[in-house]
Structure formats: C-alpha cells, structure tokens
Design a protein around this ligand. Structure first.
Ligand code: HEC
Length: 191
C-alpha cells in the first residue's frame, strides 16, 4: 500500500469510527427519550409482553402512591358500608359513602375535569387531587366521576332505606358503585 492510499484508508476508518459513535449516541438518545415519554405503542407493547392488555398509566411515583392509598380507602368504605347494611344501619352506611366516596368527598376532586389547560402542569400549585385530574386520561376520569356520582346516589338511597326499612334500592345503588370500580380496573393499571 502506497503511503497516500494508507492515508486515505486511515482517514476513512477514522470517519467510520466517528460516524459509529454518533450513530450509537443517537440510538441511545432516542432510547432514553422513549423511556422518558413512553408512546402509546410502547405502552401497548409492554402490556402485551406482560400478557396484560390494560392501559398502563404514566403517573409520577408520588401520585401513584397517593392514588393507591385512595383506592385502599375506597375498599375500606365498601367494606364498612356492607357491614352497616348487614346490621340495618342505613343512616350510617349513607354517611360513610357520602363523606368518603360521594361527589362531595375529597377523593372525588381528582375525577372532576381540570379547569383551564388539559396539559399536565406539575408547576401549577394545587392539591394532589387537582394534579391527578390533569394526568388521568379522560376515559378514566369519566369512569371515576361515574363511580363517585353512583356513591352519592347510594347515599341518597340508603338515607331513604333508613326511613322505610327497605334496603332493596340501596343495594341496587351499591351494586352500581362497585360496577364502576370493576369497569376502571379492567381497563387501566399503574404497573
Ligand atoms: C377511575 C378508575 C378507578 C376506579 C373508579 C376505581 N379504581 Fe381502584 N384502582 C385503579 C387503578 C388503575 C389501580 C391500580 C391497578 C393496577 O396497577 O393493577 C387501582 C387499584 C386499586 C386497589 C389496590 C390498592 C393497592 O394498594 O395496591 C384497590 C384495593 C382498589 N383499587 C379498590 C377500588 C374500589 C373498592 C373501587 C370502587 C369503590 C375502585 N378501586 C375504583 C383505578 C380505579
């Protein structure tokens, strides 16, 4: 190999090496972007891999923890309500459901449509519930709203049962509450 050819060879190898570094850096960057902001395709792919077709929610960890804590209280409410009904304490059942699960309960704030922008804005001051309302997909928020609204309807029916002693309508109303729990759990997941 003549020295000129050798020079050309060295130069082209160097260009190849530099190009490779750039390519790998770009692939790495693109991958990091995908990890930071999972696209719907990515989420569907991950769900399919876990053999779970529910939609994965992309919530920041403190919001996840807050939501799961709300959820455990929701189950606690259902448990206390069923217990009260079994003892014919309909007024008590109405109060528990109204205060902790109804539309006027603090937990319901997270399922009311956010005022103003529909974009998540972590910098906007507000309660965790208000931030949750911004992060939740609209379909999920609607199911959540229906659940809280059904809980208010149950409270009304249970108050009525306290007067009449007839729990049939209250039980039907309670079933409409738990149907919404099931509806949401069958579509969304946090992990
Ligand atoms: C609008 C949607 C929605 C509604 C309505 C809803 N949940 Fe959930 N809940 C979720 C999601 C999402 C999870 C996380 C599930 C997962 O990642 O597999 C969850 C998790 C839970 C958990 C697990 C908590 C933990 O610590 O792991 C319980 C218990 C629960 N929900 C109870 C209820 C009950 C009871 C109701 C009805 C009174 C209810 N949820 C209504 C969305 C909902």
């Amino acid at each position: 190999m003549r020295s000129h050819d050798c020079q050309v060879w060295k130069t082209s190898m160097r260009s190849l090496a530099i190009a490779s570094i750039f390519t790998f850096a770009l692939i790495g960057y693109a991958h990091a972007q995908t990890d930071l902001q999972p696209t719907m395709d990515h989420k569907m792919h991950m769900a399919a891999m876990a053999n779970d077709s529910r939609q994965l929610l992309d919530f920041p960890p403190p919001m996840k923890a807050h939501m799961l804590s709300n959820m455990r209280d929701h189950l606690q409410v259902i448990s206390e309500v069923v217990d009260a009904i079994s003892k014919a304490q309909f007024g008590k059942a109405a109060k528990i459901a109204g205060d902790r699960l109804g539309l006027d309960s603090p937990a319901a704030e997270g399922c009311k449509a956010p005022a103003g922008t529909s974009q998540p804005q972590m910098s906007t001051p507000g309660s965790m519930e208000q931030m949750m309302a911004q992060f939740m997909p609209e379909g999920m928020r609607n199911i959540g709203y229906s659940m809280h609204s059904a809980a208010s309807d149950f409270a009304t029916a249970a108050s009525e049962a306290a007067k009449t002693g007839d729990s049939k309508a209250a039980l039907a109303a309670l079933s409409r509450v738990t149907q919404q729990c099931v509806a949401c759990h069958s579509v969304y997941r946090l992990q």
